[in-house]
Design a protein around this ligand. Structure first.
Ligand SMILES: Nc1ncnc2c1ncn2[C@@H]1O[C@H](COP(=O)(O)OP(=O)(O)OP(=O)(O)O)[C@@H](O)[C@H]1O
Length: 598
């Protein structure tokens, strides 16, 4: 997934950010009072700074130039009071603003992650995972600037500009107008820079996603990389992506770095103008030294907020790039959605029916399934066999509603799956996926993933039925052993038995088993048959397999080829059918005709 070409836009960052503000503001709304409090306190802090500058001028004129020390005490007390009040206001204001920002980031991440988790597995698989991670972490954090710290910073900077600008005007308006002449220069510089920074920020976000994607992919395939001596290749890819990122970060640093010195030169010119004109005014007796120092103080407090307004535009450029990337994710529509008023049956018997089901993947040249009709009465087992690419896994995706059929219907207890709520459907249909997934966590947590409210006794019963209890108890911490990422401490057969226990604990009436014996040797398959039979007992089961030894577990066998049913019947009938597809599969995979229940 690549964002469209954002870098070449020629709108100002602030107006380009407006739609993003409207989009993300609802997630900031719960913290709007925190933001308002932060702005109010920053106003107080600005007023205290203003008072500090004013009192400094008074001290210069009333104490330093006259030598009357008695006048110092009330002025010093006032100054100290203003400094303490300003400090406290700044501290609490920053705290409120940071709390609003972090709470927003947590909410946006949860919202975006929730959306991604609800997308069809196929859609998520098509995205680059590293890039996805970058969007859910760094990008989500940057978006905050659009609705939180950015506006707070803008309001407080604007208030400071107005407060110190008006104060300078009141003090010496001619001098003030002279120094204000520099403000458009600063603003112009900020606008020019923000465009360039915006373009670089887009590239930086994109290449950051690339680096994470390359590293993530290489690490997840580390065994393959080493076995094929391809460390050099993946290092090269990571280094190339890292090099592109570094070049863009350097360009970014260069653009950011040029902005500060430019502003500082403009500022120095202004200070020199103030000192020159001020000295002339003092010489003419129109201004006191204290007045000049107060004026210089006001101006020195005026420029940082002007600069910060400029930098805000730069920050917003980066935040906008991130905001677009997160929005793109949020705009990815789920492939399946529940109809309004979808049904949530309490009891499901498990009567499954497929009526003329057809499905074609987007961009595929031929349908993955065509005109597939089948009925599996409640509690019965159907085994689907067929060569690779016949459409078996596609059927599991349809049964779980990861995708919807292009034609025909799938029915559970006579109800079209599209009329059931997605939650209800998946509560009553358990999938044992082809790839056994062990999550990072304890054995107990892995089994309870099937049903979080399962009691300890139910977890142990499920593990026992899956023939997993004995090896689990032999693990260092038994059921509390942490299994590590993807269960790397377990054998393939052990992982599969934990997955069976997880499916058992769900206790759903319908079961979809996708190649449950993939990657297991004959002995491991034989040991898995008992747990599988206990899992399937009394449940409607669709068992997808290459392994014809499992076909004898079936009440009915369906042979698929090129997305169509080419043969069906009981295992015995298919055995008897000379020259049938089933016989030829048996022959091709050299499975003894007597293999099966052992
Ligand atoms: N995401 C996809 N996009 C496009 N085509 C796909 C996709 N997934 C599968 N196909 C195609 O659909 C057809 C059926 O694939 P499916 O995975 O259902 O086969 P299968 O019988 O499960 O194969 P295997 O036994 O190898 O897992 C194949 O031609 C495959 O190339």
């Amino acid at each position: 997934m690549q964002p469209e070409n954002h870098g070449r836009r020629r709108r100002s960052q602030i107006s380009a950010t407006r739609p993003l503000f409207r989009r993300y503001w609802p997630l900031m709304r719960p913290d709007r009072w925190r933001l308002a409090g932060a702005v109010l306190l920053l106003v107080v802090a600005t007023a205290c700074e203003l008072a500090g500058v004013w009192v400094f001028g008074r001290i210069t004129d009333d104490v330093l130039t006259t030598g009357v020390l008695a006048a110092l005490i009330p002025l010093a007390a006032f100054w100290l009071g203003a400094a303490v009040l300003g400090g406290v206001a700044q501290y609490v204001g920053d705290w409120l603003s940071a709390a609003a920002a972090e709470r927003f980031v947590a909410r946006l991440r949860d919202h975006t992650f929730g959306h991604v988790v609800g997308l069809s597995p196929g859609t998520v698989d098509r995205m680059e995972h590293g890039d996805l991670v970058a969007r859910l972490t760094d990008d989500v954090e940057e978006v905050e600037e659009i609705v939180g710290s950015g506006p707070v910073q803008a309001v407080s900077a604007l208030l400071s500009v107005v407060a110190f600008g008006v104060a300078a005007l009141v003090l010496r308006w001619e001098l003030a107008l002279l120094t204000f002449a520099a403000a458009p220069l600063l603003w112009f510089a900020a606008r020019r820079f923000s465009r360039r920074i915006g373009a670089v920020a887009d590239d930086e976000r994109e290449t950051n996603g690339e680096v994470v994607a390359v590293v993530e992919e290489s690490l997840s395939a580390v065994a393959l990389v080493q076995a094929y001596n391809r460390e050099g290749l993946v290092r090269g890819r990571a280094a190339a992506a890292g090099g592109r990122w570094a070049a863009i970060r350097i360009a970014q640093a260069r653009v950011h770095g040029a902005y500060g010195p430019l502003v500082s030169v403009v500022e120095t010119l202004c200070v020199l103008a103030i000192v020159g004109v001020g000295a002339w005014e003092i010489g003419a007796g129109r201004l006191s030294l204290g007045g000049l120092l107060t004026f210089a103080g006001f101006i020195s407090y005026l420029y940082p907020p002007v600069q910060s307004l400029g930098q805000l535009a730069l920050g917003l450029a980066a935040a906008r790039a991130a905001g677009d990337r997160v929005a793109e994710l949020l705009d990815t529509a789920p492939e399946v959605t529940a109809r309004p008023g979808a049904l949530r049956p309490d009891v499901v018997h498990g009567d499954l029916e497929l009526r003329n089901v057809g499905f074609q993947y987007p961009g595929a040249v031929r349908p993955a399934l065509s005109d597939l009709s089948l009925r599996v009465p409640a509690g019965r087992t159907v085994v689907m066999v067929g060569a690779s690419g016949a459409g078996k896994s596609t059927l599991t995706r349809l049964l779980l509603r990861f995708v919807d059929p292009a034609s025909g219907q799938l029915l559970l207890d006579g109800v079209d799956l599209r009329d059931l709520s997605l939650d209800a459907l998946r509560e009553h249909v358990t999938l044992l996926p082809q790839e056994t997934t062990i999550l990072h966590g304890t054995v107990r947590e892995n089994i309870a993933f099937g049903r979080p409210d399962a009691t300890d006794a139910e977890i142990v019963a499920a593990a026992t039925a899956a023939d997993a209890d004995v090896f689990i108890r032999a693990l260092p911490d038994g059921y509390d052993t942490v299994l590590g990422d993807r269960g790397r401490f377990l054998s393939g057969g052990q992982r599969q038995r934990i997955a069976i226990a997880r499916a058992l604990v769900r206790n759903a009436p319908v079961l979809v088993l996708d190649e449950p014996t993939t990657g297991l040797d004959t002995d491991a398959v034989r040991r898995l048959l008992g747990p599988l039979r206990r899992l399937m007992a009394g449940r409607t089961t669709v068992l997808i397999t290459h392994d014809l030894r499992l076909a004898t577990e079936a009440d009915y066998v369906v042979v698929l080829a090129d997305g169509r049913v080419v043969e069906q019947g009981t295992p015995a009938e298919l055995h008897r059918a000379d020259n049938g597809h089933y016989r030829s599969l048996l022959h091709r995979w050299a499975v003894p005709a007597a293999a099966g229940r052992t």
